[in-house]
Design a protein around this ligand. Structure first.
Ligand code: GLU
Length: 307
């Protein structure tokens, strides 16, 4: 298999290209994964142990969802590695696995989860109006968003990067896109950053996959969003695109699980669930089964922020 390595992000993650992308969960091709893999023993595509009759204090979101045996999770449907809808209609990726982990802790099996597509701009409204119980969707924790929703996590830290056509050597960093057309997604942190801090002219769309044709056609000079999202597109479209400056990042994007503002018990429960998964190797196993199929080195999980 042809392999070439590219560094993405401050954490110096090496991305392996030439793999088939997000393969079957559990069939890690990451060499580290094979050695450290935690035995899979549970149910569903991520082999998670679904709690049997977990007990929660009455009146909590956990009690309500656990009793119902189902929950609705918002995620992306067009982002390889984190949330990509498979041909059977069910999404897969690291965000999906994290959502499934939280559900399993409440006794909800994978097929008890209803997946709703959330795009960058509708995540807060969907949480606020109760369309979803939680959002796990490459969702950066920041103060502006915290005014209207709450976040558990972070469970991963990405960083903003730029993607250009494979043969383009004119753009070497975000300073080079000043005054130029760059595609990104409305309501995302990278769209705001590239416009406000680097003076790019943002050509907005609703989902990142819709930026690929404008880049191919020369309508924009670059696409910008988080390194791991772009790495998924580079991997899926072999030979067409590349990350600028080896995937160098110029922001930090800590990914959180968005929930209703003020639901402290639910936030604590999700944070406890993440910490347990960090400690027992489940987080690492889920990463390696999903995004780790392309991002070669599994990072250390970030400390949760119980703000
Ligand atoms: N993490 C960034 C954000 O939450 C970019 C990725 C996305 O739009 O989902 O805005």
């Amino acid at each position: 298999m042809k392999k070439r390595f590219l560094t993405v992000g401050a954490a110096a993650l090496a991305v392996t290209f030439g793999l088939t992308g997000c393969g079957a969960p559990g069939s890690a091709t990451n060499p580290d994964a094979a050695e450290e893999e935690v035995p899979a023993e549970g149910e569903g595509p991520y082999s998670l142990v679904v709690e049997e009759n977990p007990e929660f204090e009455e009146g909590t979101t956990m009690a309500e969802l656990s009793e119902a045996g189902s929950m609705t999770i918002g995620t992306k449907f067009d982002q390889p590695l984190f949330g990509l809808r498979a041909p059977d209609g069910v999404p897969e990726g690291f965000d999906v696995a994290i959502g499934a982990l939280i559900a399993a802790k409440m006794g909800i099996p994978f097929d008890g989860i209803e997946w709703t597509e959330t795009v960058s701009a509708n995540r807060e409204p969907f949480i606020q109006n109760g369309s979803v119980d939680a959002v796990v969707a490459t969702y950066t924790i920041n103060d502006k968003r915290k005014e209207v929703v709450d976040f558990a996590g972070p469970y991963y830290v990405a960083g903003q990067a730029l993607m250009v056509l494979e043969g383009d050597d004119t753009i070497t960093g975000p300073e080079d896109v000043e005054g130029q057309q760059v595609c990104s997604v409305a309501g995302s942190t990278p769209a705001a950053t590239i416009e406000q801090e680097y003076g790019a002219v943002v050509v907005p769309t609703d989902v990142y996959s819709k930026c690929l044709d404008p880049l191919r056609n020369g309508q924009v000079v670059a696409v910008t969003t988080d390194n791991v999202i772009l790495a998924g597109f580079v991997d899926q479209n072999e030979g067409e695109f590349k990350l600028v400056d080896g995937g160098a990042t110029f922001t930090e994007e800590p990914y959180g699980i968005g929930i209703e503002k003020g639901d402290q018990a639910f936030r604590d429960f999700i944070n406890d669930t993440l910490e347990e998964a960090y400690d027992d190797g489940t987080w690492q196993r889920l990463f390696e089964a999903t995004a780790g199929q392309v991002i070669e080195n599994t990072p250390e999980p970030p400390a949760v922020d119980r703000y």
